[in-house]
Design a protein around this ligand. Structure first.
Ligand SMILES: [Zn+2]
Length: 278
């Protein structure tokens, strides 16, 4: 069993996301922010990333614009906040082949890439332009020597095991990282947000019945221990306290500012802290 430090980092967002799609029963209540994230896992032996984000150019930008995605930042900047470089990442693990999860493989040149065999074969067989998959990346992944195809049950890193979370896409995988205190459950888009988890009804799925099997599986994993943490595709971290679904993340927002003539002199403002009283 390896110990991991885990961060879930936002690399882009949809600023005007319908609240009704995120919060159960909140129809016609305006919009909220939906994050686009990936997870960074660090152990003594590995630096891993779960899902790659996408590159905000060409077809990636076209798809992102169609979903109203803004504030995109490259992995160099996002990982830089944690003191890492994308070059340091040795393992990239993908949940599925939609552009915002698998369209950034090129950013991690030294990583071994693990992707669901069923999902990659599905994505490769699609007509170009019919789906939110990055075609050129899929073609590249089929040839890429760094890519290894996997299936549910496979252990991609010590203590990190894939599970079947299909429905959203035909070969979608989730991952469980079992710790000494609870486990972290990475759902990808099999559960995009708390509304889907609470209602068992998902937006954008290939197969609603299979999506519901995946949701029930994720609920059972999570409810086994209140310490267990769910990392959904596009929402804050979640957990179950008994039957009750609760949010577990504190949102951190920073501004980096240059306030002197020296560009190395950066002041960081934590926007989640209340202003200090004078
Ligand atoms: Zn997706």
């Amino acid at each position: 069993m390896a110990d991991y430090s885990i961060w879930v980092v936002e690399y882009a967002r949809v600023n005007e996301f319908a609240r009704g799609l995120l919060l159960y029963g909140q129809w016609n209540t305006g919009t909220t922010i939906a994050p686009y994230c990936y997870a960074v896992l660090k152990s003594d032996d590995h630096l891993a990333v779960i899902d790659s984000g996408y590159n905000h150019v060409e077809f990636g930008k076209v798809l992102a614009d169609s979903y109203g995605v803004s504030d995109w930042q490259p992995p160099e900047v996002v990982l830089g906040h944690l003191g890492f470089s994308p070059d340091d990442v040795d393992t990239l693990v993908l949940t599925h082949n939609h552009f915002d999860h698998a369209g950034g493989v090129e950013f991690f040149p030294n990583a071994r890439v693990y992707v669901s065999k069923i999902d990659l074969e599905w994505a490769a067989a699609l007509e170009p332009g019919t789906e939110a998959t990055p075609e050129l990346h899929i073609a590249d992944m089929l040839k890429n020597q760094r890519v290894e195809t996997i299936a549910a049950g496979d252990e991609v890193l010590p203590g990190i095991v894939a599970f079947d979370a299909s429905g959203h896409t035909p070969g979608h995988l989730g991952y469980r990282a079992k710790g000494t205190r609870g486990e972290v459950i990475f759902t990808g888009d099999s559960v995009k947000n708390r509304a889907e988890l609470a209602s068992r009804t998902v937006d954008m799925t290939y197969d609603m019945a299979r999506s519901q099997v995946a949701i029930d599986r994720i609920r059972a994993f999570a409810q086994a221990d209140p310490e267990n943490l769910i990392v959904p595709g596009h929402d804050t971290l979640l957990a179950y306290e008994g039957a009750e679904l609760v949010g577990r993340a504190q949102r951190e927002v920073f501004i980096r500012a240059w306030m002197s003539t020296d560009f190395n002199d950066v002041t960081i403002f934590d926007l989640t802290q209340p202003p200090r009283s004078k």
